[in-house]
Design a protein around this ligand. Sequence first.
Ligand SMILES: Cc1ncc(COP(=O)(O)O)c(C=O)c1O
Length: 459
Amino acid sequence: VPDDWTNLARRLPGVGRREALERNLREAICAGRLPAGTRLPASRALARELGLARGTVVEAYQQLVAEGHLLARRGSGTTVAAARAHPTPAAPPPPPAAPAPRISFHPGVGDLAGFPRALWLRALRRVLADAPPEVLGYGDPAGRPELRAALAAHLALARGMVTSPELVVPCAGFSHALALLARALRAQGARRIALEDPCIPLHREIVQAAGLAAVPLPVDERGARTELLPELRVDAAVVTPAHQFPLGATLAPERRAALVEWAQAHGRLVIEDDYDAELRYDRQPVGAVQGLEPERVATAGTVSKTLAPGLRLGWLALPPGLKSAVLAMRAREDRHLNALDQLVLAELLASGGLERHLRRLRARYGARRERLVAMLAERAPHVRVRGISAGLHAVLEVPDEDALVEAGARRGIELFGLRRFWHAEPRGPGALVLGYGAPPEHAFAAALAALGDLLDQPA
Ligand SMILES: Cc1ncc(COP(=O)(O)O)c(C=O)c1O
């Protein structure tokens, strides 16, 4: 037995001698110090050398044979098994991340510091106190009945939707709903799907990943140009009728009519993204298009703006014809959302807690919107503001969006240019898509002042 085998007897804190031998051997094999094919000493010889009982060595060998590190063949003793693919060498450490911006105007998130923790916690306590054990078992892919009933009632009341608990499926936000619908459509033979231009690039990627071509649907100040849909030869269209993202228009009545007519006349599907309709400031929210044609419109909503995107909570109101395809996919994939989250949302809807929270949000964000408009009028009167009737973002038309985004980054202000949202070439003037909901409440005044300085003296 060569000298260095004695290392195998190294004692390790907190474990017995057999376990230490096993770990030392395993480590020597994985590190390549005992290469494939190495013949191990006979157990009796090694035991003698290391001052161990023979049974200890035999057990350690057997364990490593069972794990595939060693091979035991009658007549040829115990050898190190053929090397598996060596673990790839550790990647060089990533370059130090750029410092986080001091101020973010991310258009996709609200004030995360303002998340209603106490409200959520109270609802969770009630849910945990009352839920029977079966809630913690595998559930129905269609979701918790309590949540489906609460959502169907809420969507009828708040969004004018025509649906029922059987057709409402809780899912992980709009993007999840879109992925489910795109794959269901593709499985039914669809090839092309229209998305507004501009829109969120992720939504284009989601439909493309499902094997569909993403066809741009132009948008103007009256919303998506739905009168063009017949000539685009698409199987479905994804639209944001309540508040176009990112340009901010509400879909004009004749465009809503054209959308529904197209879906009816050609047997097509409308996918309605109802992402921020509950945050409307100038008047009552415009009802969902789904209410006009429940057979041909699938509407998905989310709590990403009203509670927090990290919850990954949303819902999908399905036309009857798509229900079984979507539920079959759920059953094979994530099965359903976390049951406790579903029950907490159901509780918040049924108790009125969510509605009270929404009223507070509308007041808080409505005030921010007014302060933004006032700041711009005073400090940057050349900047035109659009799309500000709802939601948490405004579109600021600026002469050079790229220069402003860069100048902002140099000062620790995260800004988003409109450029990233076009399918290909910009179809309109440069702009910032400014998420005025993102800064924490206590920092909003400073964030607004910093933005004013930037627009005042961008250099
Ligand atoms: C247009 C649009 N749709 C949907 C969402 C929300 O997506 P999700 O529910 O997947 O978080 C957002 C959030 O930023 C959005 O801007």
